[in-house]
Design a protein around this ligand. Structure first.
Ligand code: ATP
Ligand code: MG
Length: 504
């Protein structure tokens, strides 16, 4: 029982978990109450997702106690945790690409109608209702394959909500969502709270923590640090508890000398995806590509880099036209793309951290056709340090790193490639507050060295804080090209939600 005399829905005490020599959790505590939204914050690798996976029955704790409604529980499987009323939205989407949206939502628990048959109609109606509630239009019959990460995340959320669980755990559910979608998710979360459910919310975005949650627990290095009522704390205090020092969330922008255009995109069109995209990025310049999720920003980036084709237009790198649909040629010419879906597109999950970091510069590390392990390690070490990648060793398998640290590895890989033009899709998604300002500082430094940087970002403070110029996209078109002096939350949001005629 707690001070208010209420028995917590869920209580973990002194929980520890090690993976070989890596201690992921040491003496972690967490108490969740009915009718509350409880935030858990901490740096990348602090142990947040490990705690979630123990509650979900995916991992077994080494020590400690776990109670629900005051009674000890021990989940050996995820099915047992589900049966006890715990639903989880995992940090990495877990959808089956070949199954339909509906089949994914009902994975492992198809409702059975009369005569013991799976009731497909009932399933589809329920999924349509959930999509309505979440305010999105996703065809329940389409396969999960090819959905954007935002849509995949929405389906994860629908899946968790449809379980009608008493405890809903959300591990960075908003990382891939834009403002409107985040608001919808929050409305659903609040209504679940008001129904008396217990919610847990993990996020690196403090504005969200303060907007949604009533309580916050801070973790550091696998250990419990403190719990406070949101009303009694502040962002600087939380950051200090998380990192152990003061950090500015946004690194102040460094003015760089702007030179000649290094990336020139003219009239790029791909029917149904984007249309007449023209812009240039000059040496020393950071240009932001802003807009809502689904506006076509990542698609433009992929076409410019050559992973996807385009039908019309041209891409010129420092005066030399790039052949379309040819990422190898783009890379050779000095273009790098840090993709949005880093886990799928940027990381070799089964390879070591060192191999991943040096993946793009492999040819330069070979001597007589052999990659020397030493050269690989030296280079990897440099970047792992710069980005503060938290790993037991450089030989650790990338898949065992925390979500945010996997992101850092992919970032390191492309920075190590020493590009002249860097396209970076959501540079700080899932990255903790301390490293975030480090990534901003590095981008500023790279621009100072004469790189041209195109940054796609859904975070307005990042866009307004970092960019020399802001391009805004809406429904596949560029609706505004704003110099830094004219870029404000209002001008960017207006262009992001209106057509070019309305903006002009
Ligand atoms: N299966 C595993 N094998 C080995 N080490 C692991 C495994 N899972 C987690 N770890 C380690 O446990 C530590 C905590 O990781 P965890 O994923 O819980 O961090 P997190 O707080 O969720 O971070 P992030 O904000 O980056 O998502 C990390 O050092 C990670 O490398
Ligand atoms: Mg995590």
């Amino acid at each position: 029982m707690d001070a208010n005399g209420a028995v917590p829905v869920l209580e973990l005490k002194g929980v520890s978990k090690s993976f070989g020599a890596v201690v992921a959790l040491r003496n972690a505590d967490l108490t969740l109450h009915a009718g509350s939204i409880h935030a858990v914050v901490g740096e990348n690798g602090a142990g947040k997702s490990t705690l979630v996976k123990i509650m979900a029955g995916l991992y077994q704790r080494d020590t400690g106690t776990f109670e629900m409604d005051g009674k000890p529980v021990h989940f050996r499987t995820t099915a047992e945790a589900k049966a006890a009323g715990i639903a989880v939205i995992y940090q990495e989407p877990t959808l089956f690409p070949d199954l339909s949206v509906t089949e994914n939502v009902f994975m492992g628990r198809q409702p059975v109608g009369r005569f013991g048959r799976i009731d497909k109609g009932l399933m589809r109606t329920e999924v349509a209702g959930l999509m309505d509630r979440l305010g999105v239009r996703i065809d329940p019959d389409r396969p999960a394959d090819g959905l954007s990460i935002a849509d995949q995340q929405i389906i994860e959320i629908a899946k968790a909500i449809s379980l009608d669980a008493r405890v809903l755990i959300m591990d960075e559910p908003t990382a891939a969502l834009s403002g409107v979608e985040v608001e919808r998710l929050f409305a659903v979360a609040r209504s679940l709270r008001d129904e008396g459910r217990a919610l847990m919310f993990i996020s690196h975005r403090f504005d969200e923590v303060f907007a949604l949650c009533d309580t916050v627990t801070v973790m550091r290095d696998g250990a419990y640090i403190s719990t406070a009522a949101i009303a009694d704390t502040s962002v600087p205090e939380i950051v200090r508890l998380m990192v152990g020092r003061d950090v500015n969330e946004l690194f102040p922008k460094i003015e760089a000398e702007i030179g000649r255009p290094l990336l020139e995109v003219s009239g790029l069109s791909m029917p149904g995806v984007f249309r007449e995209i023209s812009f240039s990025v000059r040496s020393g310049e950071i240009v932001a590509l802003a807009g809502l999720v689904g506006a076509g920003r990542s698609e433009v980036a992929r076409a410019v880099f050559g992973v996807d084709p385009y039908e019309q237009g041209s891409v010129v790198l420092d005066g030399t036209p790039l052949p379309p649909h040819n990422p190898a040629a783009a890379m050779k010419a000095g273009l790098a793309l840090v993709p949005e879906d880093r886990r799928k597109q940027g990381l070799v999950i089964d390879a070591s951290v060192a191999t991943n970091i040096t993946d793009a510069i492999r040819p330069t590390l070979t001597r007589f056709g052999l990659i020397t392990a030493r050269a690989e390690n030296v280079e990897a070490q440099v970047w792992a340090r710069k980005l503060e990648v938290k790993t037991a060793s450089l030989d650790a398998v990338a898949g065992t790193l925390s979500g945010g640290n996997q992101q850092k590895v992919v970032l390191a890989k492309w920075l190590a490639a020493n590009p002249r033009v860097l396209i970076i899709d959501e540079p700080t998604r899932g990255i903790d507050v301390g490293t975030k300002s480090e990534v901003h500082r590095m981008m500023s430094e790279l621009a100072g060295m004469g790189l041209a940087i195109l940054m796609i970002s859904s975070e307005l403070p990042e866009v307004l804080g970092m960019a020399d110029r802001v391009l805004v996209m809406h429904e596949g078109r560029i609706t505004a090209d704003l110099p830094r002096s004219e870029a404000t939350p209002e001008t960017v949001m207006f262009a992001a939600t209106h057509t070019s005629e309305e903006v002009a």
